[in-house]
Design a protein around this ligand. Structure first.
Ligand SMILES: *[C@@H]1O[C@H](CO)[C@@H](O)[C@H](O)[C@H]1NC(C)=O
Length: 320
């Protein structure tokens, strides 16, 4: 460990301060190979699942509804999020040189945090969509017009990119003079803060403000939508009616629960403080596994979606 630190210090002096070195997941060569294979398959399946969703939703006319429009957008976000992280992680598990340039680090941080934040807003928008569908079914078509859907999606992207620009910009104003060794597998805000020799209190406050201006309204919108949805469902008399209505939002509920439980575990551990190892594991969950699990949840739990894949196959078979 000491030896490798010395080696890193040498490179640190040689290559000046403009490169960061990502310590990655582990130093053991045989673990490296296992990690490589694991994340290689995770990445391939993430791309496959999300591209499948985008394709099927685009092709199938019966899936041209607001819910699937947003789902397609969520798949886009998931592809960008894992592409910001995983290819670099794969390269670092095998390469001797684990460094990343200053600009590379900044763009990785910017892209990954914008995508996380867009995902958060998009999930709230999807909850609102379910709310309108279940609580105002007669006005659904007029309220969720194509124009509104488009603006809501575009709004989620814009708000997130602007918001993240602000805190990424602030973070890269810090003097990273303590070290350039980042105990993480990608450029994330908190490990980056640890490299600064200047007081980071201001940046931490800015980070919390930026994160909560996105997360708090999204969380509230999601919760309020579901309170209305559940109270509407409880008013339905027939059991099968209840079940049928509820089944239109089970996939979304699962994805939302997963997303927020991840965030809660990552950011709300009051007494333990910051631990690099725990941070790594939590980051792995939300940057690499979430984008993989989202399409699985939507494909497996959604009868509509499965039916349209099956009907597509029948169609192809009939044609042949
Ligand atoms: C996601 O939403 C944006 C903004 O409305 C739109 O331009 C883009 O085409 C959408 N992406 C997909 C894959 O539907």
């Amino acid at each position: 460990m000491f030896l490798s630190s010395f080696r890193y210090m040498e490179t640190f002096n040689k290559t000046s301060e403009t490169r960061f070195i990502l310590l990655g997941l582990s130093d053991f060569p045989c673990l490296q190979v296992i990690y490589f294979l694991l994340f290689f398959y995770v990445y391939i399946f993430t791309l496959f699942g999300n591209i499948l969703i985008i394709t099927v939703v685009s092709i199938k006319a019966q899936l041209h509804t607001p819910m699937y429009f947003f789902l397609k957008n969520l798949s886009c976000i998931d592809i960008f999020l894992s592409t910001a992280i995983v290819p670099k992680l794969l390269e670092n598990t095998l390469a001797k040189d684990r460094s990343i340039s200053f600009m590379g680090c900044a763009s990785q941080l910017y892209l990954s945090s914008s995508m996380m934040s867009t995902e958060c807003v998009m999930l709230a928008v999807m909850a609102y969509d379910r709310y309108v569908a279940i609580c105002h079914p007669l006005h659904y078509k007029t309220i969720m017009s194509q124009r509104l859907c488009f603006s809501l999606a575009a709004g989620s992207w814009t708000v997130s990119f602007l918001n993240c620009f602000f805190h990424v910009y602030l973070a890269f104003q810090l003097p990273f003079c303590r070290s350039n060794l980042m105990n993480h597998f990608f450029c994330e805000l908190r490990p980056l803060f640890h490299l600064s020799c200047k007081d980071i209190l201001f940046n931490e406050i800015a980070m919390y403000i930026a994160a909560s201006t996105i997360a708090a309204p999204s969380f509230l919108l999601t919760i309020i939508s579901y309170i209305h949805i559940i109270s509407t469902i409880l008013k339905i008399n027939s059991m099968s009616g209840r079940h049928k209505t509820f089944s239109t939002c089970t996939s979304h509920i699962s994805v939302v629960t997963l997303f927020y439980s991840n965030i809660l575990f990552t950011y709300l551990h009051p007494h333990s403080g910051y631990s690099p190892e725990k941070n790594k594991i939590m980051s792995l969950l939300y940057t690499t596994l979430m984008p993989l699990i989202n399409p699985i949840i939507y494909c497996m739990r959604n009868k509509n979606f499965i039916d349209s894949i099956k009907s597509g196959r029948k169609h192809i078979i009939q044609k042949a």
